[in-house]
Design a protein around this ligand. Structure first.
Ligand SMILES: [Zn+2]
Length: 244
């Protein structure tokens, strides 16, 4: 497990953070997370399909089809085959998307929850999950990896990146969260969601040297990220992953 600091850059007018090592290593990959930008709307409403944020993201990446889901903090995964016509599509009620197709961008919104990026560069399979404590407890990481295997992906050639999320120092939780995650029996405490996601990835067989964790904390870094815990109730960042 390796800590990385995402690189900030401008993607056709959109400020994003990206895993620079992945972009140089995997030609054709489009990966990143939008930064906090007041005029960019990736709000929580799944009905808000044509919000500026999604349209701008599509335009900035140059990928004609964008798939997103109505996020419900569960473990369901939707396979996207890339055959939809161009535009932004809500492909179901789920918290993870997988594809082996090109010309399709997967997107999930986050503000403290973990954006989980999964890539098998050899089989060209991709997975993108929104993992909060409920999703992690329900097995969203395992379910996403399993669905990628159905696409022919092999955990032995897979890479995982856990993007900007609330850090273990900032995330104070009650006993129900501790219990759900199977952590220590303390009544309250702090939880590092990304440590749980990393453990799930390792247990599933992803090699430790291929698991990277962002150094960014959404709650600590108010210049760059939205944080639900810090009070951003209606604002989200968008994590995105696709082959151009
Ligand atoms: Zn923090």
């Amino acid at each position: 497990m390796i800590a990385v600091t995402e690189q900030e850059y401008w993607l056709d007018g959109l400020r994003v953070f990206t895993h620079a090592d992945w972009l140089s290593r995997f030609p054709g990959l489009v990966q990143g997370i939008t930064a906090r930008v007041a005029e960019l709307d990736f709000g929580p409403s799944a009905e808000d399909l044509t919000s500026d944020g999604w349209q701008q993201l599509q335009a900035a990446t140059g990928i004609r089809r964008v798939a997103r889901c109505r996020q419900v903090q569960g473990a369901d995964v939707v396979l996207c085959d890339g055959r939809q016509h161009s535009g932004v599509h809500v492909v179901g009620e789920a918290d993870a998307l997988v594809t082996a197709g090109e010309g399709l961008l997967l997107g999930v919104t986050v503000a403290d929850c973990v954006p989980v990026f999964l890539v098998d560069p050899e089989r060209r399979a991709l997975g993108l999950a929104h993992a909060g404590w409920r999703g992690i407890a329900a097995g969203v990481v395992e379910a996403t990896l399993a669905r990628m295997k159905e696409l022919g992906a092999d955990v032995a050639s897979m890479y995982a990146h856990l993007g900007p999320a609330i850090c273990g120092q900032c995330y104070e939780v009650g006993p129900e969260v501790i219990r759900a995650l199977g952590a220590s029996p303390a009544r309250t405490g702090r939880v590092d969601l990304r440590a749980h996601v990393a453990q799930s990835s390792l247990t599933a067989g992803v090699a430790p040297e291929r698991v990277t964790v962002s150094s960014g904390c959404t709650r600590c870094d108010s210049d760059n990220f939205y944080s639900y815990r810090r009070g951003d109730r209606n604002r989200r960042m968008c994590a995105f992953l696709g082959w151009s």
